[in-house]
Design a protein around this ligand. Structure first.
Ligand code: CA
Length: 231
């Protein structure tokens, strides 16, 4: 049961608010709504939503300006916006949004992203564990990756990239975030490093597999480890 999870929908379009409510409530979420930024900031002072679905085009303020205060209030922030420009996605993610869905959206996709955001809230220490998907096992403590039981030798930067994506499994992580974390400040624009490392991981872990790669490229934005999120 998810009846304790409170979702705040910040959206000035009443039809979209209704659409999201109709998707969320049968899935067990409680829903509150705000039609503008002022009401939204008021709402988080009184209630404590665990998840916020945030429209960017609001009548009184740019939704981007709300990401930091909403995160400070303890909520996961999922942007749901018609703005599909890469720069807007990067700006939202770099300000701390958990994820980004563009309109028109598929409600099942929104629900899946909400579950992913909640899972990351519940267990931020995912790096302490072992992650398994397909025939792959990542043992973070031992820094060992196995495929079908056999050890796969990743270069240190390849392992670091895989670990960072796994720690954010299901969520997109921006180029700048990955480069800053793995290569350090000053390398935020060296996107080619990421391309090379991602290629290496795919080759070693996925080889000749014809299935879509688990290491998804979101052009101009970042990378996502596309693995099923339980629960
Ligand atoms: Ca709007």
């Amino acid at each position: 049961m998810r009846d304790s999870v409170l979702v705040l929908v910040i959206e000035d379009d009443a039809a979209i608010r209704a659409l999201l409510r109709v998707a969320l409530e049968p899935a067990g979420y409680r829903v509150i709504e705000a039609a503008n930024a002022t009401d939204a900031l008021g709402a988080v002072q009184v209630q404590t939503p665990q998840v916020v679905l945030l429209d960017l085009g609001l009548p009184d303020r740019d939704g981007l300006d709300l990401i930091a205060p909403l995160r400070k209030a303890g909520a996961a922030v999922l942007v749901v916006s018609a703005r599909d420009a890469v720069a807007q996605k990067v700006a939202a993610l770099d300000r701390g949004a958990d994820d980004y869905v563009t309109k028109p959206f598929d409600t099942d996709e929104v629900l899946a992203r909400v579950r992913t955001a909640l899972r990351h809230r519940a267990s931020p220490d995912v790096l302490a564990a072992t992650l398994r998907f397909d025939d792959i096992e990542i043992d973070f403590a031992a820094r060992v990756v196995r495929k079908a039981g056999g050890e796969v030798h990743l270069a240190p930067k390849e392992f670091a990239l895989l670990a960072e994506l796994a720690a954010n499994a299901g969520k997109v992580v921006t180029h700048a975030q990955l480069l800053r974390t793995i290569w350090g400040p000053g390398h935020e624009t060296d996107v080619e490093y990421l391309r090379v490392a991602a290629r290496g991981i795919r080759r070693k872990l996925e080889g000749e597999s014809t299935a879509p790669s688990r290491i998804r490229n979101e052009p101009g934005v970042g990378y996502r480890l596309a693995v099923a999120i339980a629960g």
